[in-house]
Design a protein around this ligand. Structure first.
Ligand code: MG
Length: 156
């Protein structure tokens, strides 16, 4: 787990990290360089979950060596499917990372949400639903691995 004590926001215990795949961990269906080692490190601290519509049908093979739970969702009501996944884990202990409009409900409900922009760009609504916006997924994952950085960003 990740125990955060953020001035102005309070104590947050993160037990699960839920990540979108395309546009977040992957570009054109391929994991972005630097993501594998960071997800491996993160998996020793929290449960790592990847939830995706798997547009490029590559998530299972790309994530094969990473200790994570992969959830592939259907094409309809993806925002609801992602929200329900967080609800089942206990959203008060979830940190979510995503970039798309289908991540908005997840980013809003999670205890903390990080929106990433990188190659695909981010839906403006997902940026507004997040607590932090990062340009790059590796920067976002480093916030979790060096959580004092996140505290500094969020403190009031
Ligand atoms: Mg996406």
């Amino acid at each position: 787990m990740l125990a955060l004590d953020i001035p102005g926001k309070g104590k947050i215990v993160i037990k699960h990290v839920i990540l979108d795949f395309n546009g977040t961990l992957a570009a054109d269906g391929k994991l972005i360089p630097g993501v594998v080692s960071r997800l491996e490190a993160l998996s020793s601290l929290v449960g790592v979950h990847v939830i995706t519509a798997d547009t490029n049908a590559s998530a299972r093979s790309e994530l094969a060596t990473i200790p994570c739970t992969l959830k592939i969702i259907g094409h309809d009501q993806q925002d609801r499917a992602k929200l329900e996944y967080a609800d089942a884990l206990g959203p008060g202990n979830v940190l979510a990372v995503g970039n798309g409009r289908n991540d908005v409900l997840l980013l809003e409900k999670a205890a903390l949400g990080i929106c990433v922009i990188q190659f695909e760009g981010a839906a403006v609504a997902s940026m507004q639903a997040a607590d932090i916006v990062c340009v790059d997924i590796n920067d976002a994952l480093d916030l979790l691995l060096r959580s004092h950085r996140m505290t500094a960003t969020l403190r009031n």
